[in-house]
Design a protein around this ligand. Structure first.
Ligand code: DX5
Ligand code: ZN
Length: 225
């Protein structure tokens, strides 16, 4: 379990609590971290930016009470700056905003940075990679979405892998490349080969009864096995 993932290089597996059983969130978080998940991904959906509603600061605050680990928060919401203070107060370690959601991505990145958290930018599968170039120097993380934002359990879209390669070529060593959506043992190596550092995984961990076996399968996939 990592408090500051930027202190390390190498692949990280981030269980996304979107697929957790919320009747026992604390136990679920303990289980996936004990199973070898490196730190957590929190998918915030507002029902406007994407066609689903998940959770907000209240659940992030509960996750924070369940673990001291890094909480990587993916804001699939139309107004990320409006909710930034509440997210950070609740315990978010980083805030990743969608480039499609805002008029001025550079201004958004600077505003989020003022909250004292790490900052990421992300883009939908259909958004050209050039959309993130103006903000690249201002973020710690670029997240390439490999499914349409909204739900766990969708099919991986391999057509986003060239975007991963293009981003990776431009990132500094202190920045990270993340992928989110449809990651499984069978495709994780392809993403790694495209330069991805951090792998978000919801259903391929939470939907398995043995989470340690699920994480081990992903690491075997990463190793090419
Ligand atoms: C999609 C979310 C993803 C999703 C991943 O809107 O951003 O994090 O939960 O789920 P899986 O790993 O099941 O594709
Ligand atoms: Zn996500």
């Amino acid at each position: 379990m990592l408090a500051d993932p930027y202190a390390n290089t190498g692949p990280m597996i981030l269980p996304s609590i979107l697929s957790a059983d919320f009747t026992k969130l604390g136990a679920e978080i303990g289980d996936v971290l004990a199973a070898g998940g490196d730190f957590l991904h929190c998918d915030v959906l507002d029902g406007h930016f994407a066609p689903n509603i998940s959770f907000g600061p209240h659940v992030i605050e509960a996750a924070r009470r369940a673990t001291p680990c890094y909480l990587d928060c993916h804001l699939m919401i139309t107004d990320p700056v409006r909710y930034a203070d509440a997210m950070v107060k609740a315990g978010a370690s980083s805030l990743t905003f969608h480039v499609e959601a805002v008029d001025d991505p550079a201004a958004t990145a600077r505003e989020l940075r003022k909250r004292g958290c790490r900052v990421g930018v992300t883009l939908r599968p259909a958004t050209p990679v050039e959309a993130v170039w103006p903000v690249l120097d201002l973020v710690d993380l670029v997240l390439v979405m490999s499914v349409v934002p909204g739900f766990s359990g969708q099919q991986f879209m391999p057509e986003v892998l060239p975007k991963c390669e293009a981003v990776k070529r431009r990132l500094r060593p202190d920045q990270r490349l993340e992928i989110d959506g449809g990651i499984k043992p069978a495709n994780i190596r392809r993403a790694a080969d495209a330069g991805v550092d951090w792998f978000v995984v919801a259903s391929a961990i939470f939907d398995k009864p043995d989470r340690a076996a699920a994480v081990a399968d992903l690491r075997r996939g990463l190793a090419g096995g």
